[in-house]
Design a protein around this ligand. Structure first.
Ligand code: DAH
Length: 345
């Protein structure tokens, strides 16, 4: 058929196919070329009018075009059909609201534990953990806490029922993280610089500043020639990094059975900057931890020679630090799982 330029038709198909970006447009393309009254039907009908010597070649070319077009339509159909697993450009609505992913984050106490451990590990300390079920020996005796000490009374410590048999050890829920001092020193030799974060338990009546479970971080350093000034230096760095450069540290003499001498450490009130307010009880100072030089009896209990080694130790309550840092006035808020509270951190 002289009027038909097959190359022009082929070019037109290619141009049209390039604009197909949806199933709807694909159907339009299919109808235009492959439909009953489409271009190819017209070409096929015209084969008879082609001069006999060109007819076979023409018919073959029309057939090739038809096959190519069929393949193209089938392929595009797969591409746009939602079941193909590919992203269907046609059905993707960029105006549709996204799915709200409720991302969680670390609990504020975990964040503070991580921050504090990070400060000490940056000074060379190693973080270790110990079990929450402890022996009476590690929790008290090994730490030079005498049998008659009030903290050993049943109303100050959760003792566990004996598991039966004649158990030589009584077990309890550790009332502080200090027993990990005994565990570490019994298995390792100085030099040691260790921090121990973890949960502790005490049968306290619950109120705004007491819970039966809370968190502590214990720290200790043992070597030849460790002095009280090392303790002061390390804790001063810690206080400034947690509460700010302008915060002052004060060491106040105190008593702990496992340290001698012992001191409680205060920081200048971070609320009133030391002037005196209701949080610090008008004193200008806030107590944050207990500390001291490890008692020679503790060294003897773990098999260290007290004449050869010296060391310091300290222990602090994490919730108290977190409450001061964030201005929280009720410890119970940390463990009520109220998202209105938790989302603020
Ligand atoms: N274990 C003490 C407590 O729970 C805190 C403490 C005080 C730890 C003095 C120490 C320390 O290592 O030297 O109250």
């Amino acid at each position: 058929m002289p009027g038909f330029d097959l190359d022009a038709v082929k070019n037109q198909i290619e141009q049209d196919a390039a604009t197909v970006d949806s199933l709807l447009k694909l159907e339009e393309l299919r109808v235009k070329y492959l439909g009953r009254k489409g271009v190819l039907a017209e070409l096929t009908a015209g084969i008879g009018a082609v001069p006999p010597q060109e007819r076979a070649g023409f018919g073959q070319k029309v057939n090739v075009l038809k096959n190519t077009l069929n393949a193209l339509v089938a392929e595009k159909q797969k591409l746009f059909s939602p079941r193909s697993g590919q992203s269907p450009a046609s059905s993707f609505d960029i105006g549709m609201p996204g799915i709200n992913q409720n991302l969680g984050h670390l609990h504020p106490i975990t964040q503070v534990v991580d921050e504090i451990c990070g400060i000490f590990t940056s000074m060379g300390f190693v973080a270790v953990s110990g079990p929450e079920i402890e022996t009476e020996y590690n929790n008290f005796t090994g730490l030079n806490i005498p049998l008659e000490h009030p903290s050993r009374e049943a109303f100050d410590t959760f003792y566990l029922k004996p598991a039966g048999g004649n158990q030589r050890q009584r077990y309890l829920l550790r009332s502080h993280t200090s027993p990990v001092q005994v565990r570490v020193m019994k298995t390792a030799k100085p030099p040691l610089a260790v921090v121990v974060p973890g949960r502790v338990y005490r049968p306290d009546a619950v109120d705004a500043s007491h819970l039966f479970m809370f968190h502590q971080i214990e720290g200790f350093m043992v070597d030849k020639g460790i002095r009280f000034s090392d303790l002061k230096g390390v804790l001063d760095v810690f206080v400034k990094r947690v509460f700010g450069k302008d915060v002052k540290t004060r060491f106040r003499p105190h008593f702990f059975p496992f340290t001698e001498p012992s001191a409680e450490v205060d920081v200048s009130c971070i609320i009133c900057k030391g002037k005196g307010c209701s949080v610090c009880g008008k004193k200008g100072w806030l107590e944050i931890l207990g500390s001291g030089m490890i008692h020679p009896n503790v060294f003897k209990n773990v098999g260290y020679e007290p004449k050869k080694y010296s060391g310091f130790a300290f222990g602090m309550g994490i919730e108290r630090i977190a409450m001061l840092k964030y201005g929280i006035n009720d410890i119970r808020l940390f463990f009520e799982n109220d998202l209105r509270f938790l989302r603020q951190f």
